[in-house]
Write a protein that binds this ligand. Sequence first.
Ligand code: C5P
Length: 346
Amino acid sequence: MTVAVRSFAKINLGLYIGAARADGYHDLRTVYQTIALHDVIRVSVGRGSGIAILCKDPRVPLDSSNTCYRMVVRVLDELGAKGRVSIEIEKRLPVRGGLGAASSNAVATMVALELALRKRLSGTARLRIAAEVGSDLPLFLVGGTALGVGRGEEVYPLADLPSLPTVVVMPEVGVSTPQAFADWDALTASGAELRSAGRTNASASTRAVAGREQLTRPLASDRLFEVGCALSAWLSGSPNTGAPAKGGSRAGSLLLDLVRTGIENDFERVVFPQYPELRDIKGALERAGSRYASLSGSGSTLYGLFRSPADAAKAASRLRKQGLKAVATRTLTRQQYWKKSLVVVR
Ligand code: C5P
């Protein structure tokens, strides 16, 4: 039996990076949001043993370094199951694009493998295994709008945002996430972090202190705490940066609130200087009418949120005329995520 499962992408609505931890990871705060763009994962189990990965995209590794491979090993072990497992990855999402595709593929593999084996993991085992395979996996066991803390693996379902019209732009370039974190460390060590944390109006004396003292652990966590407060104010509909928008749809007012909260993705500060074309794409999304535009994760994908599906479609077409790979889509609520995830069971 082959089980086919949709493997949806995510975007990050704001992402704040704290200090490097002793284990080499970084504490972070982010709001994950699943979107309708997806790959398709087909899993089948036969007699024998071994794991085979099939994918036409040459950028996808077919060996044990693939997150899907690592997932199969753990799931078989946990369930005490045996068999030859084949995984076919129909790649539509960008590789190393900041949409969490590899992580989503691994969670889709887990779901499909359980169905193919007709065995079930407990909820706790699923979350544990997901977090072991990578920081971005557990969010795909939740779906919809979710708060990510810790190294991103600790996820909490939030009240879902309504389905928002979205345009996703997928540039050719791929960004390495570990490298982007290392670049962030270099930036914070140079004191530039404090300058920006106080934002552009930091005084000369603050800048001098920042340069000397570097970013300390308590300072980084203070910042994450403030961000957590701003995010929770925004999500509860009463931003501390101004009165909630009057009139208009709930989605429209949430978008305005989001902009007012000044929600940001820290990765833009290390990725944009290296890939100036990505900053230009963010500008192009804004000029095409997005209410909020940002890099997703460490990039290279950028997205824009729009007021209506018609606005999103118009913007995507305008961006395509500029030679960009732009697609109009929408965000998925938790219910939509789970309802749509299973495609075919045959
Ligand atoms: O957990 P995952 O395998 O997705 O992380 C890939 C790499 O990204 C890690 O090895 C680490 O270098 C970096 N990372 C980090 N802090 C995080 C998540 C990932 O430094 N919160």
